[in-house]
Write a protein that binds this ligand. Structure first.
Ligand SMILES: Cc1ncc(COP(=O)(O)O)c(C=O)c1O
Length: 298
């Protein structure tokens, strides 16, 4: 099984805010890495698929919400690389299926639902045993796809960056992607994660745990900013949507409100606040997720 990423461009954006601050902003278009396995998901899944194949397990199981980019990507990847897949979805089943889940089913994914109380216990031995009793043996990928092998995959994002930068910034949900960037930087430059959920200081411990799990050093050249969650995961405010519309109209780069919209909003805000030095280059990771726009009136 050969898993080579399609090369993705780096796009520089220009506008008055950036000119005034003297900061360069580059966008790494990981959203273009694969038509279906978009953005960071491609890198998170790569070594997990290889491990499942090496272990001779033909079924992949993971968890997610009804609009999950991870479930969408897992279904696409499973279909492309010949795995069966099971998506364990938070909450009740709704018919008709939304486009994310319909896509998953169309790509052969079997869906199963956990009520919200059970979903909170999804990593417990009891729930995993129940799922094994129902579905047989499977290769388990955690919610959001973040584990040690995802970190190893995301570290390779750095290998595909051929332009100098000072700070690499990404949206943080589970912090697997940020951990991978930190691992790939090997102590050079700075990594900045912008949390997309509220009360996310636990993500700092998550980074340390994921770096250890991947066998990486506890590098210190990273930070997580907690100021741009807009009220919580998948919560949006009019100023976020206005920003997304303005950014898309000015630069022709599509964003969505759950991850990349909050990331770019935060970066611009930090630039205006003088958080970056004149002459610095910020490289923002466009981590894909555009399929998730259908859940919003964007
Ligand atoms: C489009 C997109 N960007 C960013 C993230 C955040 O990545 P992580 O969960 O690794 O922090 C996710 C979720 O995995 C995502 O779907």
């Amino acid at each position: 099984m050969l898993l080579m990423p399609q090369p993705t461009p780096i796009q520089e954006v220009h506008d008055a805010v950036l000119d005034k601050a003297g900061v360069r902003l580059l966008i790494k278009r990981l959203d273009q890495v694969h038509p279906v396995i978009s953005g960071n998901k491609w890198y998170k899944l790569k070594y997990n698929l290889l491990a499942a194949r090496a272990q001779g397990v033909d079924t992949l199981l993971s968890f997610g919400g009804a609009y999950s980019n991870h479930i969408h990507a897992l279904a696409g990847a499973s279909a492309e690389y010949g795995f069966k897949s099971i998506g364990v979805i938070r909450g009740e089943q709704h018919q008709p299926l939304n486009p994310t889940l319909q896509f998953a089913v169309d790509h052969g994914m079997q869906l199963s639902y956990l009520n919200r109380a059970d979903y909170r216990l999804k990593n417990s031995a009891a729930i995993i045993e129940r799922l094994k009793a129902e579905f047989g043996d499977f290769y388990l990928i955690p919610e959001g796809g973040s584990n040690a092998l995802a970190v190893k995959g995301c570290a390779e994002i750095i290998d595909d960056i051929d332009q100098p930068f000072d700070v690499i910034a990404c949206a943080c949900g589970t912090a697997g992607t940020l951990s991978g960037l930190i691992a790939g930087l090997q102590g050079k430059h700075q990594a900045l994660g912008l949390a997309v959920l509220k009360g996310a200081d636990f993500l700092r411990d998550e980074v340390r745990t994921l770096l250890s799990a991947g066998g990486y050093r506890q590098y210190k050249n990273w930070q997580i900013n907690l100021d741009y969650h807009f009220g919580g995961y998948a919560k949006i405010k009019p100023e976020l949507l206005e920003f997304i519309h303005r950014f898309e109209a000015a630069h022709g780069i599509p964003l969505e409100p759950v991850y990349t919209g909050k990331l770019l909003f935060g970066i611009y805000n930090l630039i205006v606040a003088g958080r970056f030095q004149p002459g610095q280059t910020v490289l923002a990771l466009h981590s894909g997720g555009l399929q998730g726009r259908i859940g919003f009136e964007v």
